[in-house]
Design a protein around this ligand. Structure first.
Ligand code: NI
Length: 189
């Protein structure tokens, strides 16, 4: 298992339409485990495969940060069947946009369809924060980023931060730069 480098805003892979996951083979299982480790190390609530350089229809959400008894779950070939309800705005961040927090308006509920790692197809309705996280991660699979979901005025206000990311002054999680990676895990225990 390995921690992976998270791609920053500006990387063309983040703008691609992801490809379907055709089968849950060893490569996919390893990718899921690596993404799980990366998401935990980076402190993310969700992580999409394109963010680690793999443009596949796959993302993870760490429900333990959102609900009691929640666990990390992998979503394969997810779809948003329909979105409904009001469009409340709430603050979002993204691991590919270090330091950026911005209010994004999204439908408050979504009916979604996806496959589990065991191949089962699931249809369910999510609302509120879970619906928001799912939509944010789904956007990554179709090349959409949170700055596409805000007004030009708000985006203009982020200009300096976005330029800092594009120029590499603000960097997303990178195991090669992360001090924790270099230290023995048992340190402090
Ligand atoms: Ni994101």
């Amino acid at each position: 298992m390995a921690r992976l480098k998270i791609l920053p805003y500006g990387d063309p892979i983040l703008r691609r339409q992801a490809e379907p996951v055709k089968s849950v083979n060893d490569d996919i299982l390893r990718l899921v485990e690596d993404m799980r480790e990366t998401m935990a190390a980076a402190g993310g609530v969700g992580l999409a495969a394109p963010q680690v350089g793999r443009p596949l229809m796959l993302f993870l959400i760490d429900w333990s940060l959102l609900e009691e008894d929640g666990a990390v779950k992998a979503y394969l070939n997810p779809q948003i069947v329909r979105a409904f309800g009001k469009r409340p705005a709430a603050e979002e961040g993204c691991l590919s946009f270090p330091g950026v927090r911005v209010e994004v308006a999204r439908p408050e509920a979504v009916e979604v369809k996806y496959q589990n790692l065991d191949g089962t197809t699931v249809t369910e309705t999510l609302s509120d924060l879970p619906a928001r996280v799912f939509q944010h991660e789904y956007d990554h699979l179709i090349g959409v980023l949170l700055i596409d979901r805000i007004s030009p005025e708000v985006r203009a206000g982020l200009k300096t931060q976005l330029q800092d990311i594009l120029d590499g002054r603000l960097r997303p999680f990178d195991p090669a730069l992360d001090k924790r990676e270099a230290e023995p895990a048992e340190q402090g225990a």
